[in-house]
Each structure stands twice: as C-alpha cells, then as structure tokens.
Design a protein around this ligand. Structure first.
Ligand code: XLS
Ligand code: NI
Ligand code: NI
Length: 395
C-alpha cells in the first residue's frame, strides 16, 4: 500500500497567523470551548462519495480528478480497497474521526445483488481492520436508492413492486453493514421520492409506502441490534421537481403522522436548507425545538447558483449561526459530515486536503464566535436594555 497523500504530514493547528497552507488556523481539537474540547462539539466526518468517488464529472463534462488511488482499473475490488487505503490515510492525516457511506460508494455494484452483497462483506471486513488500526469510526450508513436507473421513479414511492422490494433488500443490507461498522446513524435521503406531475401521482399512497419501508427498516434495525438514530435528510428538490421531505417541518410532520418520530431525527444539510428557501439556522432550530436535531451535512451553496453545489463551507457567519444552535441544543448526537466536494478545477490530492482544512476551520471559527456571542453577555445586556426575554434563555 503506497502513500497517496505523500509529502503531507498530519495537519496540525498553527493559529490564525500561520501562513502554512497545510495547517489549521482555527481548528484546535483539544482547545476547550464552553467547557468541552472543540472536537467534542465538532465530530467531523468524511463523506465517502464526494471525497473518494466523485471525480469532477458534471452535466457538461467528464472527470477532471484521478481518484484511482493507484488501482490499475477503476470500478474493481482492487479500486474499492485502494479507496479504503486512501480514505483512512486521508482521515488520519486530517484528524477526522468519522466517515459516512452509501453501499455503492464502497464497492462496485454488480448485476446480481448477491454478488454485490458478497463484495460488501469483503470490503467492510477490510474497513473494520482499518478502523481498529486507526480508531476511526462510522458516523452513518445509507443505501443509494437514486443512482441506479431502476430507481428512476423512486424507491419507497416507486410504482413498481419489484423496485420496492429491491429497495427493501438494499436497506436491509445497508443496515447490517452499518451495525457491523458500529455506525451511530442510518440515513434516508429521498432524492427520487417525489413527483414531476400530480396527474399521474397518488401522493397519499406513495407517502404511505415510504412510511411502510421506513417502519420495516426500524423493525429490522432494532432486531439486529441497531441502537442509533434513523435520520431523514430533508431536501426540497433536485433531482425531483418536488421532493416529499421538503424541509425539516415537513419531514417531522410526516414522521409524526406515521408514528416514526421516536426512532428518527433530522440530518440537516446546509445547502438543502437554502434550496428550501430557509436559512441553515432555521432548519436546525425547527429540528431542535422538536427534539429531532440529530446530525448535520456540512456544506454550503452558492447564492448565484440555484442547485446543490455542495461546496466546502467558508461562510463564517452561517457557521456561527449553526454553532449557536448546536450549543443551545446541547450538542449533536450525530456529527458534522462534510457532504461537500471540491470544485471541478480543484483536482489534485492536495486540493482534497485544502477543502477539508477550509471546512473544519470554518466550523471551528463559527464555534468560537458562537461561544463568544453566548458568553460575552452582549445579547443578555441588550435584552435587558430593551426589557425583553431572550427566547433561548427562557427555555
Ligand atoms: C444529496 C444528499 C446526499 C445524502 C446521502 O443531495 O445530500 O448526498 O447526504 O444520500
Ligand atoms: Ni447530504
Ligand atoms: Ni445534498
């Protein structure tokens, strides 16, 4: 196994004045902020799909980055293992303690699900070895039920019984893998659960079917020893024109309607919040006041582009508001998964490292600023001056 990120040693904290591009300026893992080390507030995770799989292909052009990681052919088990090696080297160098994955991120999907499942068993054995060696853990797992053409009309909301069963089989396996890897959560992101036109859509039936699938997942998960949280990751649109899990309020209403609220929490993604016409902070607050703030997909959109660009976050104001909510909510039971990818021209191994340094520093500075906001007394003093009660204090 050769070093992929050669020449890059473990990224250290060097402070805001450092000019070393391979150093943290604000993320100081052990620094105590409001009584806890920074890393306890910020359990960062690497998204397997963006970091180890996505190579820059977009609607207008093909890969710009080489993510073979030394494997002679992509889409093979040799490549799958090379990704594991590269991923664990990467996380170790950045001090990232968690990862998140879809089933098809970690192995190439075969035509026969039994073959795919055997590959999944093999690769997760290998991942477990690496986890033991490094102490790195799994934050959450999920099944990709949107890329394969069979899911063109959805998974839980599909119009095909066969596709529905296939989705159930995939969830069953992904849950087993999540348990095997000790994952804290299991995510449902319903990218294709929605509709293009209501003229051919039985919305009620589709939503009932999604709920049925989730119920089966909960029952099976609990049976095989999954004690973590299930998450819904709301998103209003893209790829569907209208997605059922539009935003946190909608998803929470859905969970309550079908009696799923005890097993589920929200996985809030910053860029999805803005696509829904909300702020990131709004989605976090809605989740928190309903006792369902679970985990975060940390990224940001571009206000000039109306889609899920999944950029690495650099907006400190947004990060501050996010951390304000997280502190007020008493921290996350999940973590901060960087569901973020480099821009297409940022195509080198070094760029992968820069993206994470930027994101981690942004949230670290956001944490510092949010703590100042809470601790320095300005807000309570203003409240007293105006004779109002701060809502967050009244809780
Ligand atoms: C896509 C979603 C996806 C989920 C996992 O927009 O963010 O990446 O996090 O399926
Ligand atoms: Ni996401
Ligand atoms: Ni997204």
């Amino acid at each position: 196994m050769s070093e992929i990120f050669s020449g890059i040693s473990k990224i250290a904290y060097e402070g805001a004045k450092s000019t070393n591009t391979f150093a943290f300026k604000f993320y100081d893992a052990e620094k105590i902020v409001m009584g806890k080390p920074m890393k306890d507030y910020l359990p960062f995770a690497m998204a397997w799909w963006h970091n180890l799989c996505a190579a820059g292909t977009d609607m207008f052009g093909r890969d710009t980055a080489d993510k073979a990681f030394g494997a002679s052919e992509k889409g093979t088990m040799e490549h799958a293992k090379a990704k594991v090696d590269a991923g664990f080297e990467f996380m170790s160098k950045l001090g990232i303690e968690y990862f998140c994955f879809h089933d098809v991120d970690i192995v190439p999907e075969a035509d026969d699900i039994n073959v795919t499942n055997a590959r999944l068993d093999e690769i997760t054995d290998y991942m477990l070895e690496k986890m033991k060696e490094t102490g790195i853990k799994c934050l959450w797992g999920t099944a990709n039920m949107f890329s394969n053409p069979r899911f063109m009309n959805g998974a839980g909301s599909t119009n095909s019984a066969e596709v529905y069963c296939f989705a159930a089989a995939q969830i069953k396996k992904a849950l087993e893998l999540t348990v095997k890897l000790g994952g804290k959560g299991y995510v449902f992101w319903g990218g294709r659960e929605g509709y293009e036109t209501l003229l051919n859509t039985d919305m009620k039936f589709e939503q009932e079917n999604i709920a049925r699938l989730m119920k089966m997942a909960v029952e099976y998960g609990r049976k095989i020893g999954f004690t973590g949280d299930f998450y819904i990751e709301p998103k209003p649109k893209e790829p569907m024109k209208h997605q059922y899990d539009f935003d946190a309020a909608t998803a929470i209403g859905f969970l309550r309607q079908y009696g799923l609220e005890k097993d589920f929490k929200m996985n809030i993604e910053a860029n999805h919040a803005t696509l829904a016409g909300h702020t990131f902070q709004h989605e976090l607050r809605v989740s928190a006041i309903n006792g369902m703030l679970g985990s975060i997909d940390a990224n940001q959109g571009d206000y000039l582009l109306g889609w899920d660009t999944d950029e690495f976050p650099f907006d400190v104001y947004e990060a501050t508001m996010c951390m304000y909510e997280v502190i007020k909510a008493g921290g996350l039971t999940g973590g901060f998964n960087f569901d973020a990818k480099n821009r297409r021209p940022s195509n080198t191994a070094e760029d992968m490292v820069y993206g994470f340094i930027l994101g981690m520093d942004t949230f670290a500075l956001g944490l510092i600023k949010a703590a100042e906001l809470i601790e320095d007394g300005t807000l309570p003093a203003l409240a007293e001056y105006y004779g109002v009660t701060l809502v967050t204090d009244a809780e």
